[in-house]
Write a protein that binds this ligand. Sequence first.
Ligand code: SDX
Length: 458
Amino acid sequence: MSEETKIITEMIVGASQKAREETSNEPEPELTQPLQWPVKAMIGPGLEGAIACESKIGYVNGSKGWLIYRGYDIFDLCAYSTFEEVSYLLLNGDLPTASELDNFKQKLVSYGFLNQTLRLLMSSPVESMNTMSAIRLGTLLMRRTITPLDLEDGNPFRADFINCDEDSIPMETAPKGEVHAIYEFKRPSDDMDNNEACIHLIAGLATITAAVARIHQGRMPIEPDPDLGHAANLLYMMTGRKPTPVEERIMDIALILHADHGMNASTFAAMVVASTLSDIYFSVGSGIAALNGPLHGGANEQVVRTLMEIGGPENVPAWVKETLSSKGKVMGFGHRVYKAYDPRARVLSVLAKFLAETNESIKPLFDTAQSLEKEVVSQLGTKKNIFPNVDFFSGIVYSCLGIAPEMFTPIFAVSRVSGWTARILEYLENNRIFRPRAMYTGEFNKQYVPFDQREGKK
Ligand code: SDX
């Protein structure tokens, strides 16, 4: 850990202590014992309160504001771990040994070279596509080859592949904006089973997201640098610049924070698709689709637009009054589970403050955010248990890292793909297709009316 990043660890440890002090008198955790199915539960609209399955992967305690991955507290993982290690933890159940982590990292790097997939992706109008639809397309293109997932006998279909270098494709030798682009087609991995597919997707989503960011800048994608870690490569492939140790550490922590969060809408969507025994690429595509919604992962981009619309701390009281009186929602606040501060917002808040202090252009946004946080918590905190959630400060952190707002939600997906794939693997161990009910409140015994006797009918 470098001197510069030590201060970040200390800030997170401080945020952890503050969280403990503020929530120590909350009731003890519940819903943490094995279940005897079938179970009784109070269920509201949107399956609120329904228990979909048992899981050892992650636990959210809404009254305490706790988030735990495989038994480890999120504050400790942010202070001391990395996204690669956390992804391994979520997928495999415990922290890796040095050789296990090294092997996992090597797989992530090798799966991150997706030149053929990017070449196919770039045959679509990515520059004018919604960034989430572009990364969803890229994920599905990763699944273009017939793999063991398609074949009964599990022998991989030997896709023909072209081995080429820059000379053989002159029109792509020196594309605009880039020093070089190498289209080296690799043989698809022979043992692409679900476990490998998870690592393929975790690696690939970062490369695809970065490529979409570059194309939206009017530039060509950049290959990952095998000497960089996952978070550093994400920033490098997006910005074309190798990040500083502080930038890398903060990106890494942001990826850790967004990796898993219980039965949120996108994880549930991914699991529903997987429960039909469709494959994990389709499932991740469904997770991306669900995450796109502004009530879910799409809120982070809306928050920055809200802060820009408010225009400064002095305008916050009037804006909040107007928004709440018209029953509007303040993006980045509230949560179905957290009725205390989202622990992720606690960490992102100190990171945003740290970065904004030395970023002239973002500092005003952060000042407005602090004023908005104070105003909304004073009005809705105790009254409705509404506090900042993970999306409130993440956009400020990403803006300080030079990332455009349209990439905020795709970056959420780059992280959450670890939670999606881990929970899919776990659920498939005792799979049961998801099939809830709808209460029919319609009519009965209606007589069919032939078309020519319907005049005047609506
Ligand atoms: C994420 O599930 C997860 O874990 C999600 C997530 C993850 O990691 O996967 O944590 C990530 O999605 C975070 C949430 C990002 N979304 C937003 O920030 C959008 C704004 N938030 C709201 O839309 C809302 O808080 C939800 C959707 C997050 C939760 O909504 P609920 O639990 O369905 O609550 P609700 O809409 O029924 O509201 C209850 C009351 C209402 O007031 P009354 O009608 O009772 O008077 O609280 C009010 C709401 O009007 N309320 C808000 C509010 N959120 C709820 N009022 C103002 N601003 C808000 N943000």
